[in-house]
Design a protein around this ligand. Sequence first.
Ligand code: SF4
Length: 389
Amino acid sequence: MGSETFDYRLDLPSTWPPKGHPKPPFGPSALEIMRSCPLRSCFDASDGYERRLGFAARIGTVFHRTIQSFYEQPIPKNQKQQIAEEARQHFLIEYQKQIAESAKHPRERGLPIDQTRVDRAIEAIIAEALRINQEGFIYSSKSLQGRMDKQTVISPFQTEVIPNVEVEVPVNSGDGILSGRIDRVEHRRNETWLFDYKSAIRDDLPGRYERQLQLYAYMWNKTRNEWPTEAHVLYPLTGSVHRVPISEEICQQIYKDTVLLITQVEEASTRSELAIPGDTCQICDFRPWCQPFWKWQSQDASLTSALEKATLGFEGEIKEIGVVNYNWRLLISWRNSIITLKIPQERFPQLKNAKIGTKIRVLDSNLRGLRHQPQAQITEISELFIIIG
Ligand code: SF4
């Protein structure tokens, strides 16, 4: 079902299990998705699932594409203030593209805009533009992928500084399994430093970011026949930098673990055995269709725990349905309880085809009130799906 015809109905027999299978070469980000839940990678490789990117992810895309635009559509070398204004315009162009893209996806309509994140991203982009202006760089063009690439020397600011920095550098593992692009590589007096930009607003360094850079270091070695000296994760939106250990031993081990993971996914006999329901489900937009997730949700013996997990999603049968003052009012059976749900008619038009006995799935609401007669309170990100199969 395409975006234009998406109607929040779940035809379970035709959408479970996902038919696609993740295929190499894999990038470090895709591998982290696979590591967190291999089933998610299978959904990701399949057609027929309406996607929903969060606003933070959209801003991450805007950030990376704006940086790339500095190399593809050079900014004239200018006074700092003019460079800052040009950089802001580059950002706003990419931002509008993502807003337009988001508007095409029904599941993203109405998601809240985080203006603080936008403002921070603009500040970070300006800082990056000024830094690039001072340092110069070498741009590895998209058409030059492969081992021992030649580089195309480009300056977005027509700078005279001799470049010692490469950006968007294509690398691969030489065996068809891994490939990717390193955001930034600095060559410093017989040393090579790798940098990976993350648009997250955080201070800590999660293991998945470390592993991604360690795989980049491995691929750098296979592509350039040398080991990088240092590697850093950069959070431009907070201005912090984290050093990542990249000894040859560590990187080789991460590569071996990765190959093992890929083999396990390839050899799995059912999709269900690939599921790892848990924290990752919170950020997974395949929840509506994921049968292992709903099984995991329904099997909790403790009501207290089930009430907490119901925030991720609850599934129940409509016992009563009506409209009061332009709001749907539903009573839904769930476990041994009856959940009351009052939601705007205009926001959930899909309920016009629902009746007593219809099964629904509600995502990202909060259950409040009496434990055995809770009320579901919706938020800006809540969704409601109707099961038809
Ligand atoms: S909902 Fe959870 S179990 Fe299902 S694919 Fe997503 S992360 Fe995996």
